[in-house]
Design a protein around this ligand. Sequence first.
Ligand code: COA
Length: 322
Amino acid sequence: MEAKLTAIGIFAPEKVIDNHYFEKIVDTNDEWIRSRTGIITRHYAGEDEFTSDLAQKAIENMAAEYHLQLDDVDFILVATVTHDQIMPSMACQLQYRLNMPKAAALDISAACGGFAYGLVLAKGLINSGMYRKILVVGAETLSKVTDFTDRTSCILFGDGAGVVLIEAAEKGNIGASVAGADGSGGQDLYLSTQNTWINGEEIKANNKIVQNGRKVFKWAVSQMALQFNILLEKEGLSVEDIDWFVPHSANMRIIEAICKQVGLPIEKTLESLSTYGNTSSASIPLALYEGLRAGKVKKGDRVMMLGFGGGLTYAGAIVQWA
Ligand code: COA
């Protein structure tokens, strides 16, 4: 059997935060944020709203839209860096709440690369014949781990959730895939709950995202352009064969730079950052869903998804929309 992506759902909290919000807390302005990142708004969860709640609603939305039964799901993978708690896992919480008694449940820790990692894992689990119906969730409440004293990072992040259903089929639609890591850049983007070390560098626990934006920016552009071309080669395609490129929505300037390097027109990209900010593992499904809702993605289109993030991690796959 082959892996087939058959359904998608999203959810974002109600509260919308525009760029002017940050003018009151740090030395920044709407024009700087728009021009350097492309972000216009983001959504924040309420105090009593957690990542599991967002994920649950995304799954419920998908189930309602596609008239799905969930009781025969046999694996749930949840990519997140903002678990409600470290233990139990988010996947276990969702498995219980949404009544999926047969499902194995596992969280993925690959930061903004997490959703794409989940896609690659689900493809492998189905192609091996071990599982038949897998949910891959990316969900975050980054507003809860944002450092609102750091103007270089607080403007970037938002909350949201997305999910896809991957099923066993005679003819699948998930083609070439990549997954990898570069642990040497671990200290350039982290979220630590303990005083510790990464690559010999002392890390203070503050439960907030800390990043070296310039270093991550440079790494992301060169690594994503490389992986884009590797995926094309694996699938035997050229850049003209890609109908939609859905990279992790971190910064519009990163996406533009990748497109320039690989020779893809920017109009062929789908992004979620202008509306939702950087939502880490949720950003790819949010962008894809919005692309579908806008009538851009059509049956038969070749969609390349490529995630990257803290770790540093990257993963991606080419999906032919069914
Ligand atoms: N408002 C106003 N000025 C700001 C600012 C803000 N919110 N944030 C930074 N600046 C200032 C800097 O202090 C710096 O000032 P200086 O020249 O006086 O030192 C200047 O703007 C330029 O800083 P720089 O870091 O070069 O800006 P940039 O264009 O690289 O944008 C990021 C900063 C963080 C937006 C950008 O580097 C980025 O998006 N990096 C990748 C982050 C990312 O994707 N992380 C998640 C990966 S999953």
